[in-house]
Design a protein around this ligand. Structure first.
Ligand code: NAI
Length: 396
């Protein structure tokens, strides 16, 4: 377990029989090689690179737990070629981002950061001008996925009116209403909050043209991805007062490490609340990530389940009955593999009680539940099939 993964993962893994070796930071080079050489599973966060050469040198590694959202630090194809499952935790910080978004809406409408900045500078300005309750204001949510829909619920509980725009058809929660286009939403919302993924379609989604479509003095929140908003255009709109205030957590270019310096055209805009990509960074989210990924690793190791794996075909498996043996077989997706397995088992007089299979164009994952048997030569024959990538068994 690398990179100070939250301790909530430990009891889950130890109860499943794992011995945990912890490293505080990320590892590379020799240190990473030595850690991998003795590991059945590895837990990392975003800073440990697991590239194809490394993974090829450690084909025994059964699974990789990315205790974070992203998985681009791992060569997923190389892991798949080894039959090594990769798991992550895509939604454990949803609530954290949603809470911060709603808090920022309140801060923007009350101008709390500006007032606080003035008072830190020794200026007492007790005025109600331009300060508003959020109650009754219209919040426009762009991207009504996991985070957007949570924001919707929280904002309504504060008395906000919620409208949203999404390219996919989404069930409106509570009293929220969908809008047919981004432009319609921009024209109607007192505060626009962005919760779309980074895609070619969302790059530059909010530029000078869109800012000009917003209601005069409306607020903008971007806790999604830096590429979505043109920050130069936003800085100009904030300075002119066309946009009343903004809360920005993500930037087109972000420093690599804590303590690095940061510059953005938004730094000169007092009506902008700027935060260093912390929308999902809470202790609660870290704990929830630790539990979710540790549980996925244990499910995979103990039962073979690859549900929500980001690289292997996904199979959700029931708990194995007592007295049964489960054969977990990852192979190249070529014709004839299942037929050969069936024949080998049938010739040995072994009945298959349950069979599960999922494939992608390259790789298949087949699981056979059979009565327990002791014929190691049979298992060796199954493992020796030319298409086999990896095989293991678990006993019920
Ligand atoms: P999600 O995948 O659950 O929801 C995204 C929604 O956006 C989907 O409903 C999708 O249909 C919609 N969408 C995609 N393209 C669109 C377009 N062109 N126009 C309108 N709607 C569009 O994603 P989730 O979990 O809600 O995350 C949203 C964003 O938040 C992502 O960019 C993610 O990277 C970011 N995020 C930021 C964090 C932070 O620390 N600030 C932490 C976690 C996530």
């Amino acid at each position: 377990m690398l990179e100070s993964i939250h301790g909530a993962a430990d009891p889950i893994l130890t109860q499943a029989g794992f011995k945990i070796v912890r490293h505080k930071g990320s590892l590379e080079g020799e240190a990473l090689e030595s850690a991998l050489a003795v590991a059945t599973l590895i837990g990392i966060r975003s800073k440990t690179d697991l590239r194809s050469e490394t993974l090829r040198r450690h084909p025994h590694l059964a699974a990789i737990g990315c205790f974070c959202i992203g998985t681009n630090q791992v060569d997923l194809a190389a892991a798949e070629a080894n039959g090594c499952a990769v798991f992550n935790s895509p939604f454990s910080n949803t609530r954290s981002v949603a809470e911060m978004t709603v808090a920022e809406a309140v801060c923007l409408f009350r101008r709390l950061f500006e007032k606080s900045g003035q008072l830190h500078g020794g200026r007492w300005d007790k005025s109600a001008a331009n300060s508003h309750e959020v109650r009754g204001r219209t919040l426009g949510i762009v991207g009504y996925g996991h985070i957007g829909s949570q924001v919707s619920v929280l904002a309504e509980s504060l008395g906000m009116r919620v409208i949203f725009f999404d390219i996919a058809r989404k069930l409106p929660l509570g009293n929220a209403q969908s809008r047919p286009s981004l432009d319609t939403l921009l024209a109607e919302a007192d505060c626009v909050t962005l919760h779309v993924p980074e895609t070619p379609q969302t790059a530059g989604m909010i530029g000078a043209r869109e800012l000009a479509k917003m209601k005069p003095g409306a607020m903008l929140i971007n806790n999604a991805r830096g590429s979505v908003v043109d920050v130069d255009a936003l800085a100009a709109a904030l300075k002119s007062g066309r946009v009343g205030g903004a809360a920005i957590d993500v930037f087109p270019s972000e420093p690599a490490s804590a303590g690095d310096s940061f510059r953005s055209p938004l730094c000169d805009c007092p009506t902008a609340i700027l935060t260093p990509h912390i929308g999902g960074s809470t202790e609660e989210a870290q704990e929830s990530i630790a539990v979710e990924v540790a549980e996925k690793l244990v499910e995979f190791w103990s039962h073979g389940s690859t549900e929500s794996s980001v690289n292997l075909p996904q199979v959700d498996l029931p708990i194995l009955r007592e007295g049964q043996l489960r054969i977990l077989h990852v192979h190249r997706n070529v014709p004839g593999v299942l037929g050969t397995m069936h024949t080998l088992l049938a010739k040995a007089g072994i009945n298959i009680n349950a069979e599960y299979l999922q494939s992608n164009p390259r790789t298949s994952y087949v699981i056979l539940d059979v009565e327990r048997f002791d014929d190691h030569r049979l298992l060796d024959a199954v493992a020796a099939m030319p298409a086999t990538i990896r095989m293991r068994t678990v006993a019920g």
